[in-house]
Design a protein around this ligand. Structure first.
Ligand code: 4AD
Length: 494
């Protein structure tokens, strides 16, 4: 085979060498009949390619062919690397390729439903352009999602989905002249130990076992109305609203500490900026020795490590996202702030916001509390715990000292919830009473309750929404931006 180079690796060190690259055509520009330019793009890196009939490098026909190719077409180019005197505008690579051969691989439609350059512009930029009289078509969110494979090609989206991957996995990378080289084989875990581990590797390093629970289940796992019902060979069933019941049963099965990264289904009625009908859940469940704060300790260490790692390892991606959607880096403390629900209610009260001390906080109030916490404690990431029992699911453990409260918590980024967690009821009689009281059909969760009749350790855990973490870490305004192919109450394609 021929030797391929990546666009991002074409640099001065290859001066005068012949290289072979594959990429998409970002722009073409003919200059008369004898010269043409095109910018080739691969994984967000761009390279200017020069076609010239001088020195018999290419024919006039090739110049014509290359400069008339439609944007976003895939081509292979063989050429010689040269270093121009002046800096190159409009390309990431500061060298040029003198084209010798060009092959068309896949032709894109001459007119695309989305102009990617326009789709990549920030709101501020677009406003300026419109005021300056520029003709441009604003790409709205629905259009973007309808043609998601094109929308995904913008630098901000390239950044978003690399960050999403990094939230789940510590992707070991090295940098070569600004180019990220990803190693698919994870080096020894020992080398990865330390502050920069994220979800999967972090939990593995703390003794959690990765599991996969069924997504077709008999009873609803979170209760309520947001369940997709289906027919399971003639029996009623649902799509799992969370791995809740089965991750707890894994603990009853002596797995000690477990985690799962998997799909979660919610038949949401509300069409909001933060609800999807299918999202990726990062779930953990563990035995507890003394107190539910052990679970919050894990959350604390995990997320501080995750944020550190994202800031350290995803600088390029964060920069690309910030260019289109400007945002301030997340403020977080080395040791995550914990407030009790009562303290939160008190802070709100002092700020003139009255809430039911035993009720739930609505989105607006949560945001308000986020602002108050930021002012007082200088952090945008914190844990609110000891929620009123009445607003938590049936499997939540009541507080030992006061059953109006519970051993539970929510975690917030920039005033919005990303996690809920709790100690669970491991006493079968109490579990039945709680479920019954909330009108849950006991028959449908019988085997779950039975699981606690064979001896079950105290335990607790938490569930994180992956799309929400990325959305809020980057201060994006809509969860659809961080879902590859979002599913919401109105959308099931593409
Ligand atoms: O708060 P939820 O519903 O909690 C549970 O599922 C529990 N079983 C977790 C536990 O272990 N106690 O969901 C957990 C997280 C939320 O904090 C939120 O980040 C995300 O999942 N989430 C959603 N994300 C996108 N779209 C939706 N419709 C979501 N519903 C919840």
């Amino acid at each position: 085979g021929r030797k391929w180079t990546e666009v991002g690796l074409v640099n001065e060190s290859l001066k005068d060498k012949t290289v072979l690259v594959r990429g998409r055509i970002q722009t073409t520009r003919p200059v008369g009949k004898n010269i043409g330019f095109l910018v080739l793009r691969e994984k967000g890196f761009t390279l200017q390619c020069v076609l010239t009939v001088a020195d018999n490098l290419v024919s006039r026909q090739t110049v014509k062919f290359a400069t008339s190719l439609s944007k976003e077409s895939h081509v292979d180019i063989e050429g010689i690397v040269s270093v121009p005197d002046a800096p190159i505008k409009g390309a990431t690579q500061q060298v040029e390729l003198q084209v010798r051969k060009i092959y068309g691989i896949s032709r894109a439609l001459p007119t695309l439903p989305i102009n990617i350059d326009d789709a990549a512009r920030s709101e501020v930029d677009i406003e300026k352009a419109l005021q300056g009289g520029e003709q441009l078509v604003r790409v709205n969110q629905d259009t973007r999602l309808n043609f998601r494979v094109l929308d995904l090609r913008t630098p901000a989206n390239q950044g978003i989905f690399r960050i999403q991957c990094q939230v789940e996995n510590e992707v070991p990378t090295v940098w070569q002249n600004d180019h990220r080289v990803v190693y698919t084989v994870v080096p020894y875990m020992e080398e990865l130990r330390g502050a920069d581990l994220i979800f999967r590797q972090f939990l593995l390093s703390e003794g959690f076992v990765g599991i996969h629970t069924p997504k077709l289940i008999a009873g609803s796992s979170e209760g309520g109305a947001s369940v997709f019902r289906l027919d399971y060979k003639g029996r009623p069933a649902c799509l799992a609203q969370s791995p809740q019941l089965h991750k707890q049963m894994a603990i009853c099965g002596d797995l000690g500490r477990v985690f799962e990264i998997g799909p979660v289904f919610r038949a949401e009625d509300s069409f909001t900026h933060r609800h999807l009908c299918e999202f990726t859940g990062l779930d953990a469940e563990m035995e507890i020795k003394e107190h539910y704060s052990e679970v919050m300790d894990v959350v604390d260490r995990l997320f501080v490590a995750m944020f550190d790692s994202l800031n350290e390892n995803c600088k390029k991606e964060l920069e690309a996202i910030g260019k289109q959607y400007p945002f301030e880096p997340l403020k977080y403390l080395r040791k995550t702030l914990r407030l009790t629900f009562e303290e939160g209610v008190q802070m709100l009260k002092e700020a003139g916001v009255e809430v039911d001390p035993l009720g739930d906080l609505n989105t607006e109030v949560e945001r308000k509390l986020g602002k108050l916490v930021l002012e007082k404690y200088d952090t945008e990431f914190y844990i609110l715990h000891r929620y009123p029992l009445a607003v938590r699911p049936f499997y939540t453990m009541p507080a030992y000292d006061n059953p109006a409260y519970s051993n539970s918590f929510d975690v917030f980024i920039r005033g919005e919830e990303i996690i809920s967690g709790a100690q669970r009821v491991h006493v079968p009689e109490l579990l039945s009473t709680r479920a019954e009281g909330l009108g849950i059909d006991l028959k449908s969760i019988e085997t779950y309750i039975d699981a606690f009749r064979y001896g079950a350790p105290p335990h607790g855990g938490f569930g994180v929404g992956l799309e929400r973490v990325v959305m809020l870490f980057c201060a994006l305004n809509n969860i659809r931006k961080t879902s590859l192919f979002p599913r919401d109450p109105q959308r099931i394609t593409p």
